[in-house]
Each structure stands twice: as C-alpha cells, then as structure tokens.
Design a protein. Structure first.
Length: 120
C-alpha cells in the first residue's frame, strides 16, 4: 500500500505532498539503471513477520523511486522492492530518479497521515 503523502527530501520544511501528485510528475525520462552499491536503503526489521511478507510480496515490476544526496542515492519509495531484489541476488535495477523540480508549484497537503503499510 502506498503512503498518502511524501516529504520533499530536497528541503527541510516538513511539508507533505500528495503521492499521486508526485507520481504524476515522474516520467520514463527519469529512469536510470543504478547499482545497489550506490543506493542507501534502510535496513529491514526482519524480526517482524509482516515486514518479511511485504518484502516477499513486493511487486518489483514497478521501479523504485530514489534521489541523489551527495554521491549516493537514497530510497524515496520502494524500499521493500529494493530489498526483495537484493534478496534475489540482483546487483542493479532500473529506478526513477527524483529531482527537485518535481516539487515545483505542487500543492502542499496540510493534513498528514503516515503510511498505512509501514508507518514511514
């Protein structure tokens, strides 16, 4: 299940943006092949059975969304997909690269609720 809101990772304002609005601005032109060694992915708490199920059930047909900070990429959306691909032994994947212009003139959502799936 997708979160309802995303934070703009390029600025420190605490504003939240509707997922559908962010996704609508990401296009096929934003796709790049990225090595996993260049992506920082939060570790998975494998002690939780539901997290294991989310990783195993992740639909890897949809590319994760990542953004660059310094010389590394960080996961914006698709952590479970990335973890599943790593478990499958993959060393790279095609990702959408999120850039700051995606948030230009986007309406800020004033009511924020965390992701229903993993409270991110």
């Amino acid at each position: 299940m997708l979160p309802k809101y995303y934070v703009n990772p390029f600025i420190q304002n605490g504003r939240h943006y509707n997922v559908a609005d962010v996704h609508a601005r990401i296009t096929v032109n934003d796709l790049r092949l990225v090595m996993f060694k260049d992506i920082i992915t939060a570790a998975s708490p494998y002690d939780k059975a539901e997290d294991k199920l989310r990783i195993l059930g992740a639909d890897t047909r949809y590319p994760p969304i990542i953004y660059k900070k310094g010389d590394k990429y960080h996961t914006y959306d698709g952590r479970h997909r990335l973890l599943k691909l790593k478990l499958e032994g993959k060393t790279a994947t095609v990702c959408f690269i999120l850039k700051p212009h995606v948030f230009d003139n986007l309406e800020v959502d004033l009511i924020y609720t965390p992701c229903d799936g993993c409270a991110e």
